[in-house]
Design a protein around this ligand. Structure first.
Ligand SMILES: [Zn+2]
Ligand SMILES: [Zn+2]
Ligand SMILES: [Zn+2]
Length: 135
């Protein structure tokens, strides 16, 4: 738990029992999780608390959100040093078979040169297909 506490403090998030539990749950996931997934992990916690915890983590650069076309926003832990800037972002993979969404942190999104006057805020690259567990 000490390591998790440090991680929160490094990102200027006050470690509460709930935040530590959510962080731990996120670390144990191989795929990105939706709010609904988290609700199933924490049957006793209410949805609003879980949502706020995720939002806090997102604001502080602990997690990033992913739109994978399923309609549910999914969340995954950021790599150390990630500032969620467009140049930090990696490719995501959505599996059509198990519906899981994975971070591919080694695959950075190539930078695109935008026309003059266009300012990037976030970039997204989602590949769909069959994941290694299902192929
Ligand atoms: Zn990030
Ligand atoms: Zn799969
Ligand atoms: Zn990711």
């Amino acid at each position: 738990m000490k390591k998790l506490e440090n991680k929160l403090e490094q990102n200027k998030v006050r470690p509460t029992a709930m935040r530590l539990l959510v962080l731990k749950a996120l670390q144990n996931q191989k795929a990105a999780v939706s709010l609904q997934d988290l609700e199933m992990t924490f049957e006793k916690a209410d949805r609003v608390t879980l949502y706020r915890t995720l939002k806090t983590f997102q604001d502080k650069g602990l997690v990033h959100s992913i739109e994978d076309g399923t309609g549910a926003t999914k969340y995954a832990l950021c790599q150390d040093g990630c500032e969620c800037a467009p140049e930090d972002m990696h490719v995501h993979f959505f599996c059509n078979s198990c519906n899981d969404t994975f971070c591919l942190p080694k695959l950075k999104i190539p930078s695109v040169s935008l026309p003059q006057g266009f300012i990037p805020v976030e970039t997204n690259l989602l590949v769909k297909g069959i994941c290694a567990n299902c192929s």
